[in-house]
Design a protein around this ligand. Sequence first.
Ligand SMILES: NC(=O)c1ccc[n+]([C@@H]2O[C@H](COP(=O)([O-])OP(=O)(O)OC[C@H]3O[C@@H](n4cnc5c(N)ncnc54)[C@H](OP(=O)(O)O)[C@@H]3O)[C@@H](O)[C@H]2O)c1
Length: 272
Amino acid sequence: MTNQRVVLITGASSGIGKATVEKFARQGWRVAATMRDPARAPAFDAPIDNIAVIALDVTKSDTITAAFADIAQRWGAIDIVINNAGYGLVGPFEMTSDQDIRRQIETNVFGVMAVTRAALPAMRARKSGMIIFVASMGGRLTFPYYSIYHATKWAVEGFSESLRFELMPWNIGVKIIEPGAIHTEFYGRSESGPRDAALGAYKSHFNRIYTRMSSVGKRAPGPELVADAIWCAATDGSSKIRYTPNAGLILLLRRLFGDRLFARGVKRALRV
Ligand SMILES: NC(=O)c1ccc[n+]([C@@H]2O[C@H](COP(=O)([O-])OP(=O)(O)OC[C@H]3O[C@@H](n4cnc5c(N)ncnc54)[C@H](OP(=O)(O)O)[C@@H]3O)[C@@H](O)[C@H]2O)c1
């Protein structure tokens, strides 16, 4: 066995996950590109020998167990786990079904926790490792009609920031990535939530705001920007916890403006 480093990435079938697979594989890492349906794996633009496509649905514990066992057998220890899988539920809270809300929390929160817990025993035993959480700028500020998505990303922020202290004695690092708008399937096939008649009384207000927000997503930079930030978080050797690709300015304004001024800015920008 060589000393090539090993990274596991969830949600590697598209967007930020795919770009991160390519980034690490090009740098010579062994990459476990995990995804719900390996039969739909994309063509990775990176040395294919460094990549293993492995089934993992973050909401299905048997697939998590099997994926970790598979990687242990192929390559031994995992150096870094990147919790990237997730999607956005968008729509008026009142009109969103319990089923949709539960699925969002199952994926974006419980899924992240389950993958993290699966990674810890081996990292703790080796006193070495890192967990990287792809949260969002939406874990530190909010926009309209993403209430459940924001709830999940704020949960990930609190979870990971606290966990960081617990893992310090074991030399396991925690990093949080907070991307701003990035052009991926997040604004396409991954998005879910009520539409048309199901929007009820919110329909015209939602449609107006949603049109503005999704147009920002479609004009945003590509996922390589986030892959670069993840690479930096993984390798810079610093104690810095948060990385904010395409979100530095807005997060700074959020901090400087405080609640009232920031809310006024969002209201004006989105014509709420
Ligand atoms: N794009 C943005 O503007 C933005 C901004 C901030 C944060 N983020 C975060 O970045 C992460 C990646 O999103 P993206 O922008 O790259 O969008 P994306 O292109 O839609 O990728 C999302 C990935 O998550 C996977 N996924 C969804 N549910 C899953 C499950 N139960 N188990 C395993 N994988 C699952 C999808 O797999 P399938 O192919 O099977 O559907 C897909 O590979 C998400 O956590 C998102 O919240 C995105």
